[in-house]
Design a protein around this ligand. Structure first.
Ligand code: PEP
Ligand code: MN
Length: 339
């Protein structure tokens, strides 16, 4: 950490800041220039709030150099993390993994039709919500346990791994036998009790960025899971809320290379929630791959016009096949393969 003192700071203020930093456990290196004094604080502590230093008397600015997380940071595993699913499929390797399926599991017919199609088109993971976080309590809330059973059955039938959202701690046990990846939705990114519980299990967790969360906050949420011992974490950009209203959210494509620089964890992009508009999903999926995404999460419905949730952003099956064709052309240009 670097602490620049005000030009007007007196010796007593400088000494006060040094004493404070030493008490916090830092070794302090002082350099006194012609105009102002700069303090370099070196230490292993990461559990501090720089605002506590910023408000000390005589301080001009404070710059943090070390990251506030340790397990999630790139330096923990410079070579990158590969999350390996039970059937050997790897997320974070050379192959880009496509996870696709309906927003919600609605019926056997709907789910099986979606699963068959996305599997044939090259997806490796079947998505589908059994517990749905809906903005309104009066809309479809998901099929619950019946939905989980259908997901497992459809996944097994069509050779797909299964991802589904967990909304609360009590659902973890219930879901364990049926799903391969736990999805933490945007609304729960900072549900720290839930994150801690998922740190105790040994199944992959896909953590979505909150609608108003910074990248650093997402990484700190991932740290909650990893600090419990579960290192199989996958991150996901799914759009953030901005002043733009044309799209449902603003898909922050730049979060993909930023996360790759800061963290070793695989990074997914969800252009369905990121745009909310069906015909914007494919271009943003292509852009995500070009930007280095390790995986995509895409909503596909056999009959989107009848969907019980997120129909407007769900691809028709043919659109999904067409998109996979485009992705197959883009992947090699960025040194990747795709199923
Ligand atoms: C979903 O994947 O259907 C979902 C609810 O996503 P998010 O948490 O990103 O809104
Ligand atoms: Mn959805």
């Amino acid at each position: 950490m670097i602490v620049a003192m005000l030009e007007t700071a007196g010796e007593d203020q400088i000494q006060g800041v040094i004493d404070h930093l030493v008490k916090m456990g830092f070794e302090v290196h002082r350099s006194t220039g012609a105009r102002q004094t700069v303090l370099g604080a070196v230490g292993r502590r990461i559990d501090f709030d720089i605002r506590d230093i910023e408000v000390l008397s005589g301080v001009q600015l404070v710059h943090r150099i070390s990251s506030p997380y340790k397990l999630v940071g790139r330096s923990f595993r410079p070579e990158g993390t590969r999350v390996i699913l039970p059937n050997g499929v790897e997320i974070g390797g050379k192959e880009i993994i496509v996870m696709a399926g309906p927003c919600s599991v609605e019926s056997r017919e709907q789910l099986f039709a979606a699963a068959e199609h996305v599997s044939k088109a090259g997806a490796k993971v079947l998505r589908g919500g059994a517990f749905k976080p809906r903005s309104s309590p009066y809309t479809f809330q998901g099929m619950g346990l019946d939905g989980l059973k259908l997901l497992r059955e459809a996944g097994d039938r069509y050779g797909l791994m299964v991802i589904s959202e967990v909304m609360e701690i009590s659902q973890i046990e219930l879901m364990l036998p049926y799903i391969d990846i736990f999805q933490i939705g945007a609304r729960n990114m900072q549900n720290f009790n839930l994150l801690r519980e998922l740190g105790k299990i040994r199944k992959p967790v896909l953590l979505k960025r909150g609608i108003a969360a910074t990248i650093e906050e997402m990484l700190l949420s991932a740290e909650y899971i990893m600090s419990g011992g579960n290192y199989q974490v996958i991150l996901c950009e799914r759009g953030i809320r901005t002043f733009e209203t044309y799209t449902r959210n603003t898909l922050d494509i730049s979060a993909i290379p930023v996360v790759h620089k800061l963290s070793h964890l695989p990074m997914t992009s969800d252009p369905s929630h990121g745009t909310g508009i069906r015909d914007k999903v494919a271009p943003m999926a292509c852009a995500s791959i070009a930007a280095g995404a390790d995986a995509l999460l895409i909503e596909v419905h056999p009959n989107p016009d009848q969907a019980l949730s997120d129909g407007a952003q769900s691809l028709y099956p043919e659109q999904f096949s067409e998109l996979m064709g485009q992705l197959r052309m883009i992947a090699p240009a960025v040194g990747r393969t795709i199923g």
